[in-house]
Each structure stands twice: as C-alpha cells, then as structure tokens.
Write a protein that binds this ligand. Structure first.
Ligand SMILES: O=C(O)CCC(=O)C(=O)O
Ligand SMILES: [Fe+2]
Length: 189
C-alpha cells in the first residue's frame, strides 16, 4: 500500500470507528458520544497480514485462536477466505464479501460494557492456495495521557456489579502479549 492510500484509508477507518462507537454507545443505552468521550476511538494501529500458500494446511493455522486485546477491530480481508469465528462452540467461516469489512468486538469493549458485549473468538486457517492478505485496524484506546478503563459506571448497579477492576489500556495490551492465557481473566474481580 502506498503511503497516500494508507493515510486515506486510515482517515476512513477513523470516521467509521466513530460511527460504530456511536451506535455501540446507544446499544448500551448511553449517549451516542459516550465511548468516543472515553477515548475508545484513540490509539489506532494497523496490522497488515500476508499468509503464504501452505502445502499442508491441515498441520497448522494462519493465525491461532484469539480475541483482540482492543476496543474494536475493523478488518479488510481479500477474497481468499480462511477467517473463522467461534459461534455456539463451533468454528464458522466468515465468508469474504467484496468491498466488505469485518467488525470485531475486542476485549476492552467486553470489559467496559461489563460483558454486555463479548469479544469475538476468531482464527485464520491455513490454505493451499495463496497468498491471503488482510489489514486489521485496531482501536487500542487512549494512552496520552494514560487513561484508566473499567466497567462503565452507568452500567453498574446492585443487580449488575462490576465484573472487572480498572486498568490502563496499555497495561492490558502488555499483559496480553506476555501471557499465554486469557488476559480478560487477569482483570476479573
Ligand atoms: O487475517 C485476518 O483475517 C485476521 C487477523 C487477526 O485476527 C488479527 O490481526 O488480530
Ligand atoms: Fe484478531
């Protein structure tokens, strides 16, 4: 991707992120700007993936099973296929839709929503035909100045006590990359 296209793409992703966070705020019964005001639209990171053709796809995976340690992921995938999401304890193919984007709820949105939203468990299977290319845009949250995140106060009540403690988004990401197990559990109350 050329630098110019990348900057243009990034600007579109930021706009879409704001729209999505507005809708997600409303879905939580909050004001449309709630998640944006909490800097959930900040800290955009782009990861471009290149999966070469694999001679023995049954022996490996393109990307192992995981959840994204972020608020929201906007994923652009080519037409190869291979992305799968866990649904009812089974892997379901996320069929590529031409010019379509895949939106993933990440761990941080699960935590601030106090599990009203659940982060998507997904993986990418290897493929004999290739390469496959994808570009993932991650909203990792506000880090300058560092910001504490935890279940949103308005969503907490006696019937819905907080399920997580507060933490810095950057600490969450650091723990995610240093521990082999489910990072969401590390912040459980
Ligand atoms: O390549 C893909 O479609 C998904 C990549 C992914 O899950 C990630 O970067 O977190
Ligand atoms: Fe992912």
């Amino acid at each position: 991707m050329s630098r110019k296209i990348l900057v243009e793409y990034k600007n579109h992703v930021i706009k879409l992120g704001d729209v999505l966070l507005g809708l997600l705020s409303e879905a939580l019964g909050l004001k449309p700007d709630h998640l944006k005001a909490a800097d959930c639209n900040k800290g955009l990171m782009l990861a471009c993936h290149y999966y070469p053709a694999c001679p023995q796809p049954e022996l490996t995976l393109g990307t192992g099973k995981h959840t994204d340690p972020v608020f929201l992921t906007i994923l652009l995938q080519d037409q190869s296929g291979g992305l799968q999401v866990m649904r009812d304890n089974q892997w379901a193919d996320v069929e590529p839709i031409e010019h379509g984007l895949v939106i993933n709820i990440g761990d941080l949105l699960q935590i601030v929503s106090n599990v009203k939203f659940v982060s998507a468990i997904h993986r990418v299977v290897a493929n004999k035909v290739g390469p496959r290319i994808s570009a993932a845009s991650f909203f990792t949250g506000g880090s300058t100045p560092p910001k504490m995140y935890g279940p949103i106060k308005e969503l907490i009540s006696d019937e819905n006590p907080p399920l997580y403690k507060e933490f810095l988004a950057a600490d969450y990401t650091a723990k995610y990359f240093s521990k082999p197990h489910d990072t969401r559990d590390l912040f459980r109350l």
